[in-house]
Design a protein around this ligand. Structure first.
Ligand SMILES: Cc1cc2nc3c(=O)[nH]c(=O)nc-3n(C[C@H](O)[C@H](O)[C@H](O)COP(=O)(O)OP(=O)(O)OC[C@H]3O[C@@H](n4cnc5c(N)ncnc54)[C@H](O)[C@@H]3O)c2cc1C
Length: 485
């Protein structure tokens, strides 16, 4: 196992950096156990990073930082002490080490005729990086990615390996307890917990419950998606979606919005992705495929932000119009991926608001009013359109989508355009009136008081598991202290 002293880590966006005492690149589960034990001997905190795609402080520690690059294997599911009768067909269960990237996993699954059930717009993150922050795609009937997990192995305080999965009563557990006891007879070092609260706590742990070594995921047979992107206005979109009609939208449905009015209305792009059996014969729009086109647009917006900021709103209209496309069909994972826009360095914040009673529509209006007010008062503009996505409510205790069907409002600005951070703060403040819960991996200003108000029932249940797994406070650090975990 590689180990370094005081080597600097930086996240993908370059807005978080730390020089931890020790950095480790484990290759096996035993390595992870050894790291936790060594850290505890030295009195240092530990945290795993994925591929550093979070904008927030969620991934780092000044103690021992654990890198994922040696933990990227797909493991033999037959060696997982499975029950004879399983809640899903065995061919749809895949055990992977925690550091495999979504990109590598998509490729490996595709070769086996399989695919992940749903995805966000990007694939550079690691599997346990995305599940740990409740990363999501879009579609009111689709859960966040943490809900693919059927079982997980976590190395927690004392270097103890916990296998955590749903209760036997739920009908969702997959491990045979007798086979597990035979394989791991020492309960001091390995313990199987089949308990719903433990499982729902561990699904979204933000690195605070230990180092996840592996997860068993539910996947499905591979499938094609057809994507259409249609231009409209926010006023028209509201007409077709209000009265909770968002619940009637098919499959993967999302909006992209200009937060600023041009000629009296906000430009809006509706993207639909629907499963199909008919293969496509068309290329994707050049604005999605070619990074050079996007680089020039980003350069232009950066220039406008210094010489003529009020023109940014017209550029956002043009950017949205350029994405119109009436038919693109390909393998699901290629269609979910939004293309090279992911490579442009931005700062992003995302806010979960309930769908119920059209709360989400009021929240979008409030976001836009805030953006317009800041533009009027301070001449500061968001430089990227706002993404509006929908996610089914999950039982994961600290997921922003916990217990309610959710609309995710993503507010983005080019990293190098100075006012972005302060606009994100204003928007978060305004959205508190709409019962908002920020995305853990994105820029957020969560405080202990806000956290208790956001998760009044599920936080104590999560904490009851946290005190057991983090008994020696090994996974405590600047992030946990800031948000009050
Ligand atoms: C270009 C881009 C596109 C994005 N698209 C989306 C999107 O479509 N939808 C969405 O919801 N979000 C999106 N995000 C946010 C991103 O998915 C999350 O921030 C995600 O958590 C990052 O994963 P990562 O592998 O980079 O993990 P990191 O950011 O490095 O870490 C995230 C968390 O996971 C924990 N963690 C990682 N590995 C382990 C482990 N083995 N054991 C325990 N804890 C672990 C870390 O401690 C940390 O708390 C995007 C971000 C970027 C930069």
């Amino acid at each position: 196992m590689r180990k370094e002293t005081r080597s600097t880590w930086k996240n993908w966006a370059g807005n978080q950096t730390v020089t931890p005492e020790l950095s480790f690149w484990p290759d096996t589960r035993d390595d992870v156990v050894e790291i936790v034990r060594e850290a505890e001997r030295k009195g240092l905190p530990v945290r795993a990073v994925g591929s550093g795609h979070s904008w927030s402080d969620v991934a780092w520690t000044e103690g021992c930082l654990v890198y994922p690059q040696g933990l990227t294997r797909i493991l033999d599911i037959d060696a997982y002490q499975l029950r004879a009768v399983l809640p899903v067909p065995k061919r749809h269960l895949v055990q992977v080490e925690s550091g495999i990237t979504i990109r590598a996993l998509n490729a490996a699954l595709h070769l086996r005729g399989l695919a992940l059930i749903n995805l966000g717009g990007y694939d550079g993150q690691t599997i346990c990086g995305v599940t740990s922050t409740s990363t999501h795609g879009s579609g009111i009937d689709f859960l966040p990615l943490c809900d693919f997990i059927r079982s997980m192995e976590i190395v927690a305080s004392g270097g103890k390996v916990w296998r955590i999965e749903p209760s036997v009563k739920s009908g969702q557990s997959i491990t045979d307890p007798d086979a597990f006891a035979a394989a791991f007879p020492n309960r001091e070092t390995h313990e199987l917990v089949q308990d719903d609260d433990w499982f729902h706590a561990a699904m979204v742990g933000m690195g605070c419950l230990g180092i996840i070594y592996s997860v068993v995921l539910e996947v499905r047979d591979k499938f094609l998606l057809k994507e259409t992107r249609e231009l409209t206005t926010w006023r028209e979109a509201k007409k077709i979606l209000s009265g909770e009609r968002i619940r009637l939208t098919r499959e993967h449905f999302e909006l992209l919005l200009n937060p600023y009015r041009v000629d009296g209305d906000n430009r809006c792009l509706i993207t639909r992705r629907v499963e199909t059996d008919v293969p496509g014969d068309r290329e994707r729009s050049i604005y999605i495929k070619y990074k050079a086109v996007l680089d020039v647009s980003a350069w232009w917006v950066r220039l406008l932000s210094t010489i003529w900021p009020s023109k940014i709103k017209n550029t956002l209209d043009s950017a949205i119009e350029a994405l119109v496309d009436d038919d693109f069909t390909d393998q699901s994972f290629k269609v979910f991926h939004i293309g090279d826009a992911n490579d442009i360095r931005v700062l992003s914040a995302e806010y979960a608001v309930p769908v119920d009673g059209d709360t989400w529509i009021a929240a979008v209006d409030s976001l836009m009013e805030t953006a317009e007010r800041v533009a009027r008062e301070r001449k500061q503009y968001l430089t990227v359109p706002v993404a509006v996505r929908f996610v089914k409510g999950t039982r994961a205790l600290l997921s922003p989508m916990h217990g309610r069907d959710t609309c995710m409002l993503e507010v983005i600005g080019l990293r190098d355009v100075k006012p972005t951070e302060s606009i994100l703060k204003d928007v978060e403040q305004a959205l508190h009136a709409h019962d908002v819960r920020p995305h853990w991996g994105q820029v957020n200003h969560i405080t202990p008081e806000r956290l208790r108000a956001m998760y009044p029932d599920s936080l104590p249940r999560w904490q009851a598991v946290h005190v057991r797994m983090n008994a020696r406070r090994t996974f405590t650090g600047p992030f946990t202290r800031r948000v009050g975990l």
